[in-house]
Design a protein around this ligand. Structure first.
Ligand SMILES: NC(=O)C1=CN([C@@H]2O[C@H](COP(=O)(O)OP(=O)(O)OC[C@H]3O[C@@H](n4cnc5c(N)ncnc54)[C@H](O)[C@@H]3O)[C@@H](O)[C@H]2O)C=CC1
Ligand SMILES: O=C(O)CCC(=O)C(=O)O
Length: 426
């Protein structure tokens, strides 16, 4: 999450942890490299719409608590906006804005007919009852109902939200707009029109691009030593896919700490014991810190938790030769530069984690046509899209001699900028 006390980049001694300003800087460079005017930057540097809502919930102790939530819609020049909703105590307005911009870039990279959006509620679902969570989820949908919908803005899961929360949200929306609900939200349970493969899609997409990156660096995944931060939706499926491919998962982490075994952790055992919020390390005494995790001896690191984890403080000490960002925004701008200078291959979030929204798009298409695809069809389509996207970005980074993040932004921003231009907005 973004620290609220994001540090001012003008203060020389502090690192800039403000994800919105760092994202804007990369967008500006990408647009300059593509030859767009400053007007395009002015349009894209912020969401077109940002809604703040306050949601009263009667808690189990009988008292009413008012929660603050957001929905940012970055740009709808290409089509309806799309992006997840996170429930987390550290959610901020700036973070949600940056996340909505990243969604636009992802949609551009994997060529979906969407713009980006994101939502968030400041809350800690780990300390809420099922009933409280349901009331909050339904309250959020009522509060944002005028700006969302299957042809306007389509939400989905993100940190600490899941298919149950999507089901409550869809049910609430179906009371407001009873004939127009199946494609209102994605990441639903299969019985409510969810898609095969959506739950594991983010991890599957990361695994596909990781395999491509490993080929570029001559690393065999079988036997490779991999560290994964986060053991939730993205991190747990990832560790399973890579473990089954023969990798040694030498470190995993959650919000409480990290586990390390140089011979490889028993992932099946850990998956069996994790809770629904992706917590497992609290069951062990011999833990290390998240900070120590990033400095472990390994070949590949996959941050799959929250923002600003790889910073100028630890980037010099990283031993991996590949980093694949499953999380949104895990690496700061300064750390990106340090890693690039050290010739570490960094596969950026807007590419690596785009498998989730890709299969969400498949879910929306299936809902709209009322005809459902097999898991094999979904896997095959996802595979083709992720490989093409990786190659486009890798090749652009080579030909233009820019890092993979800048190359990804150049590709991600182009369709949106062109759509805005054809519409006569800029
Ligand atoms: N779920 C999805 O489909 C997608 C998720 N992502 C991104 O992947 C990342 C993880 O998301 P999910 O796996 O869905 O969330 P999740 O809620 O299922 O799991 C989050 C994991 O991160 C850990 N965590 C939370 N705070 C932490 C901290 N301060 N330090 C270390 N670990 C911490 C939790 O303990 C848990 O293991 C996020 O950045 C999310 O935006 C990106 C694309 C799609
Ligand atoms: O599945 C989606 O629509 C959105 C996924 C998401 O929030 C993300 O990629 O960060």
């Amino acid at each position: 999450m973004v620290a609220d006390k994001a540090v001012d980049s003008t203060e020389e001694n502090h690192e800039n942890l403000d994800v919105l300003s760092s994202t804007r800087a990369v967008i500006m460079t990408a647009l300059e490299k593509l030859g767009y005017s400053n007007e395009v930057y002015e349009l894209l540097k912020d969401p077109l719409r940002m809604m703040t809502v306050r949601i009263p919930v009667r808690m189990d102790d009988g008292k009413v608590k008012v929660f603050t939530g957001y929905r940012a819609q970055h740009n709808d020049a290409v089509g309806p906006t799309k992006g997840g909703i996170r429930f987390h105590p550290d959610v901020t307005e700036k973070e949600v804005k940056a996340l909505s911009i990243w969604m636009s870039l992802k949609a551009g990279i994997v060529n979906l007919p969407y713009g980006g959006a994101k939502g968030g509620i400041i809350c800690d679902p780990r300390h809420m009852s099922f009933r409280e969570l349901e009331t909050l989820s339904r309250g959020y949908v009522r509060a944002v109902s005028q700006i969302v919908g299957p042809t306007k803005d389509i939400p989905a899961p993100d940190v600490f939200t899941n298919s149950q929360i999507m089901a409550w949200m869809m049910d609430e929306y179906s009371k407001i707009d009873e004939f127009n609900n199946p494609g209102f939200i994605t990441g639903k349970p299969i019985v409510l029109g969810g898609s095969h493969g959506r739950e594991s899609a983010t991890a599957k997409g990361v695994t596909i691009v990781l395999n491509e990156a490993a080929k570029k660096r001559g690393i065999d995944i079988e036997g490779a030593r991999i560290v994964i931060q986060g053991f939730g939706n993205a991190g747990s499926y990832l560790s399973k896919f890579l473990y089954d491919q023969g990798a040694k998962i030498v470190g995993i982490a959650d919000a409480h700490g990290a586990l390390h075994d140089p011979d490889g952790l028993d992932i099946d055992y850990l998956l069996d014991r994790r809770d629904s919020f992706g917590t497992v390390t609290n069951l062990f005494d011999n833990t290390i810190t998240n900070k120590e995790l990033f400095e472990l001896d390994c070949d590949i690191i996959i941050p799959a938790a929250v923002e600003n984890q790889i910073t100028r403080e630890n980037a010099h000490n990283i031993k991996a030769s590949i980093i694949v960002e499953a999380a949104n925004g895990p690496t700061t701008a300064e750390a990106t530069k340090i890693l690039t200078d050290r010739d570490i291959l960094l596969v950026p979030d807007v590419l690596a984690s785009a498998g989730g929204v890709t299969v969400s798009y498949f879910e929306w298409v299936q809902n709209n046509q009322g005809y459902y695809w097999s898991e094999e069809e979904i896997d095959q389509k996802l595979h083709e899209i992720m490989i093409d996207s990786f190659n486009n970005i890798y090749n652009l980074s080579e030909t233009r001699q820019v890092d993979m993040r800048l190359a990804a932004y150049m590709i991600g921003v182009r369709k949106m900028a062109e759509a805005a231009r054809f519409r006569g907005w800029v």
